[in-house]
Write a protein that binds this ligand. Structure first.
Ligand code: ATP
Length: 749
């Protein structure tokens, strides 16, 4: 037992755990020490990719009914002195087993290799530096940094927890997130109540924290109950199941026919030997030898080809599902658009200020004259609130692994060029609290100390933000009342900007004496900020290509309906007039009670706007109810349930959270929409090829069965001897069809 292992770490104080694990809370482990520890522990991995042993693969081959039928036929041949036949059948069995063995082996090893590429990365602190490493390389004593959306990759004793909440459903079955803290708990506390621990396989749903690794791999709680080991049972694809069923039916059919033929022959007084030979011939004729092998090999090849195109598939069966997909529910930001935002303009009560697009972020009024935040109090306030009310930090953009929300980075950048850098602002107005962005509320807030009082900075979707505002900032610096009429005129301005495809946020603030006050109430509206997020160049072409492939593309977005409509139009969604469904209408959707007519209406919709996370799940269910095979893209923690529910969940490899990637069946390593199209086309081709091959094989087998069965039924001698059938099968079934099954796109039906 390595000396760093700990009994009941949750019952020890933070200091004790740090001391016992011989680590440093500020700097983490020394990289050399981490390396050494890695040598004395197993890699941090559950044995979920149980390596298939050679014997197991060989054993699998002999589980097939077809093999047993052939073995029986060979046995009969030997018993009745037909040695040539017996040897030929045995030879066929061996050749088949050989091909099957190597294809299975290759498929199994390919899967293992692909699983490794998909391994999760984790942020740790080592030698005083924060870095992303492979979760496999984590060792006890490492300090892991946790943020919203992270999957926990080892069992951690928490040493810091800021509003940290975890989803532990995978471990405890409890779907409501649990709050975490750092205070130790009693030794006999049940797993689900160990508030100072974060367990491997669980996910951060809110807040942030740091934890000390106390157990890795199979020593973790989840390793112990080996949940994943069970759930990662061999993945039998629906296609394989269908082929297996087909094999069984053929065996029964041929046995039935053989029994009939032999019975009829014996009644007619035919030679018993001849009848047995016929039975063997029928048995041999019914076997589609190469079919399962070819199917598995095609799927495995497809998986590799897709991974070469940056689409990582984590289950063989998903290759098939991809080919059968009929609708793609896609998000907007980052998938259809670049997710590279820049601030285009600010809208104030009686003025607009445009931002130069040249990177210097010069400000101009509508007459084209320069405007300075030094002279325009509202512009200064807007820049300041945009920089303060932010979960991103300046400098994030240089750290690829840790890039913040591009929208917030754009707000920081524009403020910085106006000499309102976030770090300077925060040193004057220290942040005491952050109310993280909540997609249900569609706003976020930060609270700052300000000269003995508090400044609350708020940004969010204009519809919600305007409801929380009571006043509006005027050009003189005073505030005026905001009533329902003025609110609706602001909503009109919001809609106008959205129609230009801009993403719009409202900025608001208030000064209060109580830092605990509700941030979303009685605010002063400063104005709207409009951001450009250009559509990706390659998207319209990819969408056009997909429409031709009979796959509909439907947009699901949290953004304003007008922004969504404009982007959807540019991307080429829908045919002709776009049908958009929005917010309140979506709230009424109910999978259980929806009428056929309403369902048909939903199915015709091209864009669902202001979609809340739980509505995504409902929409996936509705599309499935209507008989669609649904692919769904997503990146956030909130997308995970819908990604799981979809027939194929597609997560973004670069900007996606680990939780989303874990829930998905396909991970796009380049986050590009055309990659989905390419993978789908590949899936369709593979599906088509396997079907072609199956039809070809079946037609060969059925014609042989008919020739033999009919002849014997009519009292004629067996037209084809078992040896001849075997020869035919080897030639027609084992060599000729390969190009059919592994061919490129040209073979698509
Ligand atoms: P999509 O990725 O499909 O475009 P979305 O990212 O716009 O969806 P959400 O993240 O749910 O969807 O955002 C919904 C709305 O909430 C946005 O349109 C915006 O008005 C507002 N919003 C988004 N992010 C923030 C944030 N960090 N701070 C404040 N408001 C935000």
């Amino acid at each position: 037992m390595p000396d760093h292992s700990l009994e009941h770490p949750f019952s020890l104080s933070v200091e004790d755990v740090i001391r016992k694990l011989k680590t440093d809370a500020d700097n983490g482990l020394d990289p050399g020490e981490a390396e050494a520890r890695l040598g004395s522990y197993c890699a941090n991995r559950l044995r979920r990719q149980k390596r298939k042993s050679l014997l197991a693969i060989l054993g699998n081959l002999f589980q097939s009914a077809i093999v047993w039928l052939l073995t029986f036929a060979a046995g009969l041949s030997f018993v009745f002195g037909e040695f040539a036949e017996g040897v030929a059948i045995v030879a066929l069995l061996l050749v088949n087993a050989g091909i099957g063995f190597f294809t299975e082996l290759r498929a199994a090893r390919s899967m293992e290799a692909l699983m490794q590429i998909a391994d999760v990365r984790t942020r740790v602190r080592r030698g005083g530096e924060s870095r992303m490493i492979d979760a496999r390389d984590i060792v006890p004593g490492d300090i892991v940094v946790l943020e919203v959306g992270d999957m926990v990759t080892a069992d951690l004793r928490l040493i810091e927890a800021a509003k940290l909440q975890m989803d532990e459903a995978v471990l405890t079955g409890e779907s409501t997130p649990v709050e975490k803290a750092t205070e130790p708990v009693a030794k006999d506390t049940a797993v689900g109540d160990r508030a100072d621990m974060a367990f491997k396989g669980t996910a951060v749903t809110q807040g942030s924290g740091e934890g000390l690794v106390v157990a890795t791999g199979m020593d973790t709680e989840i390793g112990r109950i080996s949940y994943l080991a069970q759930s990662a049972e061999a993945d039998v694809t629906p296609l394989e199941q269908r082929l297996d069923r087909l094999g069984h039916r053929l065996v029964w059919l041929s046995l039935g026919l053989a029994a009939l033929a032999i019975g009829a022959g014996i009644l007619r007084g035919s030679d018993i030997m001849a009848m047995i030979q016929t039975g063997v011939a029928l048995a041999v004729a019914s076997v589609p030898e190469g079919l399962p092998i070819v199917a598995t090999l095609s799927l495995a090849r497809g998986m590799w080809r897709m991974s070469a195109r940056n689409a990582l598939i984590t289950q063989l069966s998903s290759v098939e599902t991809l080919g059968a997909t009929t609708v793609i529910l896609t998000d907007k930001t980052g998938t259809l658009t670049e997710n590279r935002m820049t601030v285009a303009k600010y809208i104030f009560e009686d003025a607009e200020v445009e931002v130069d697009a040249d990177g210097d972020h010069g400000f101009r009024n509508t007459a084209g004259d320069p405007v300075s935040p030094d002279e325009d109090t509202r512009l200064a306030a807007a820049l300041r609130i945009g920089a303060l009310c932010s979960a991103a930090e300046t400098g994030d953009e240089t750290d690829r692994d840790h890039a913040g929300d591009p929208m917030e980075i754009a707000l920081l950048a524009v403020a910085k060029t106006a000499s309102l850098a976030q770090e300077d602002l925060v040193s004057d107005l220290p942040e005491i609290r952050e109310h993280a962005f909540d997609p249900d509320v569609k706003m976020m807030a930060t609270v700052h100390e300000d000269d003995g009082a508090y400044l609350v900075a708020v940004k969010g979707a204009p519809e919600e933000d305007l409801q929380a505002c009571s006043r509006v900032l005027k050009s003189c610096g005073e505030t005026g009342q905001l009533d329902d009429d003025t609110r609706s005129s602001w909503l009109d301005r919001n809609a106008n900007a959205a129609q230009d495809g801009l993403r719009v946020l409202a900025l608001a603030q208030k000064r209060v004496s109580d830092g605990e006050t509700d941030p979303y109430d009685d605010l002063d509206l400063i104005g709207l900020v409009c951001l450009i997020d250009p559509i990706r160049d390659d998207v319209p072409e990819a969408i056009a290509a997909r429409q031709n492939a009979w796959v509909r593309v439907v947009m699901l977005t949290g953004d304003h309906a007008d922004t969504a409509r404009t982007i959807a139009k540019k991307a080429g969604l829908g045919d002709g007039e776009l049908k958009v469904l929005e917010g309140p209408d979506l709230g009424k959707l109910d999978v259980e009670t929806m009428s056929e007519d309403d369902l048909a209406q939903v199915m015709q919709t091209d864009v669902f706007a202001r979609v809340a996370p739980e509505t995504k799940l409902t929409l996936v269910s509705l599309f499935q109810k209507a008989g669609q095979v649904v692919a769904m893209t997503g990146d956030g923690v909130n997308d995970a349930p819908a990604l799981k529910k979809a027939d194929i969940g597609i997560a973004m490899g670069q900007r996606g959270t680990e939780v989303a990637k874990e829930a998905a069946r396909m991970v796009l390593q380049d986050d590009r929409f055309p990659t989905i199209v390419a993978a789908m086309r590949e899936g369709r081709v593979i599906f088509g090829n396997i079907r072609n091959f199956a039809i070809y094989m079946m037609s060969c087998n059925v014609s042989q069965i008919l020739v033999v069965g009919l002849a014997v039924g009519a009292g004629l001698p067996t037209p084809l001897l078992p040896l001849q059938i075997l020869y035919l099968n080897v030639v027609t079934g084992s060599f000729l069809p390969w190009p059919l099954a592994s061919g490129p796109e040209a073979k698509q039906c």
